[in-house]
Write a new protein. Structure first.
Length: 179
């Protein structure tokens, strides 16, 4: 399946092999949970970023996955990608400036599809509820919110050509490109 990764780090380029980072160091855990390695997202949110409120959301999502959805791919070990429509929705919903990101095509058959809108919550109770819905492919509690589907891509994967948002929009039927 052809998917699209939005690189907001500026560290990627066409041909980059994105793989799990196996030799990370922490003085607390010694790789006890992620023996196969972590993605760059995992390094940031699992090991480093304790001041960002999103780390709490990711931590609860990971514990829910470990408790009840062990067969699912950890968000800490995946590359995030979208179909064409999801690229447009993500960029618009996050008000990204086009000098802030690059978009790369990827080809993969190893992925999971989840509603990114469920990655939210304002209390541990609500985050836990949304996590269960996310991993079980349940319905959003807010029925009028259109899903934005993210794909958790199994690593390794090689980044294909860079594409622009305009190219993505041109690939879609005209009614799908409304902003």
């Amino acid at each position: 399946m052809k998917l699209y990764h939005i690189d907001r780090t500026g560290h990627m380029s066409t041909g980059t092999k994105v793989e799990l980072i196996k030799n990370y160091y922490t003085d607390i855990t010694d790789n006890e949970y992620f023996k196969d390695g972590l993605s760059s997202h995992g390094i940031r949110y699992y090991l480093n970023d304790s001041v960002n409120k999103d780390y709490q959301i990711d931590a609860i999502f990971e514990y829910e996955r470990r408790l009840n959805f062990k067969d699912k791919l950890s968000r800490y070990q995946a590359l995030f990608a979208f179909e064409k429509e999801g690229v447009i929705e993500f960029i618009n919903s996050h008000s990204l400036e086009d000098n802030f990101y690059k978009i790369y095509e990827i080809e993969t058959e190893q992925y999971e599809k989840h509603n990114m809108n469920l990655v939210r919550g304002w209390s541990h109770c609500m985050i836990s509820k949304y996590a269960k819905l996310y991993w079980s492919d349940g319905e959003d509690l807010k029925k009028d919110r259109k899903p934005i589907y993210e794909y958790l891509v199994h690593l390794p994967v090689i980044l294909g050509r860079e594409v622009t948002l305009e190219e993505i929009k041109e690939m879609l039927p005209k009614e799908d490109t409304k902003e």
